[in-house]
Write a protein that binds this ligand. Structure first.
Ligand code: URA
Length: 266
């Protein structure tokens, strides 16, 4: 894969160093990333495709809004999320955060829960973690913004969170909240029909793959959620706190891109 100036600038912004540092590397070769840190688990290259323990038969604890969610269209689903009172989080929210992007985007990004800014604006990943996410996406030639990629769904993402409401004080999502919100995420995946899901962070991974395993043990392979190839990676907020792991995050994006290419889209 060859990298142009724009992608190199984005990777630099992500804190990922390419090796060799000049564009003279072999065209079409896999991007050698200077990890520069302690060795981690093997990257996705050549990694086998694994099936999560219960990948597609995820049955949510039926909350008040679970019934019928599986048959909703986009307007119905948006209205159901906007009016949801299935868990206590509705009491502290300013806005629900449904998700953003092309409704048939090839890429689906799943994060954790809205933070303060997302709650205020009603859009996922608009804070610092969101800026890093946007840079990571740009490095792959992707965007949440249709105009930025000429309206091509293959280069667009649909960004969602496991929880649609902000947990108070940005605390971790509780299992009950995740279970109540899960039907919405399941329906979003069913409607978007992405070719690839990128699960970012512990709660996205736990919710999608129904696994309690650490991210470090789940990354580097392609899992499946509702039959969709699913790649696990670190949450951008974690990468901001642990920049040494950005190179691993980049490895995960490369694996996702490879999986997407295998799925017939670039
Ligand atoms: N972190 C998330 O997981 N989602 C957001 O929308 C913002 C921060």
């Amino acid at each position: 894969m060859a990298w142009d100036e724009r992608q190199r600038a984005m990777l630099a912004e992500m804190g990922v160093r390419l090796w060799p540092p000049t564009p003279s590397g072999p065209q079409g070769a896999a991007v050698p990333v200077d990890l520069g840190q302690a060795p981690g688990p093997p990257s996705g290259k050549g990694g086998g495709e694994a099936r999560a323990s219960q990948p597609s038969e995820v049955v949510a604890a039926p909350g008040p809004h679970a019934t019928g969610v599986e048959a909703m269209d986009w307007p119905g689903l948006r209205a159901a999320v906007a009016g949801c009172t299935a868990c206590g989080l509705c009491r502290g929210r300013t806005n629900t955060v449904f998700g953003v992007g092309h409704e048939r985007a090839h890429w689906m990004i799943v994060g954790e829960a809205p933070g303060e800014q997302e709650d205020r604006q009603g859009e996922p990943f608009v804070g610092k973690a969101g800026q890093l996410l946007d840079n990571m996406l740009r490095a792959l030639g992707l965007s949440r913004d249709a105009q930025a990629v000429g309206g091509d769904p293959a280069r667009q993402v649909f960004i969602v969170n496991v929880l649609k409401c902000r947990p108070p004080g940005n605390r971790n999502p509780q299992p009950e909240e995740v279970a109540r919100c899960e039907p919405f995420l399941q329906r979003q995946v069913a409607l978007v029909q992405p070719k690839l899901i990128l699960a970012m962070g512990r709660f996205a991974v736990q919710s999608l793959l129904q696994s309690q395993e650490a991210i470090g043990r789940l990354r580097g392979r392609v899992h499946r959620y509702q039959g969709v190839p699913t790649v696990v990676t670190y949450h951008p907020a974690y990468l901001l706190r642990n920049p040494a792991d950005k190179a691993r995050g980049w490895d995960d994006l490369c694996l996702a891109r490879e999986a997407m290419e295998r799925a017939g889209s670039t």
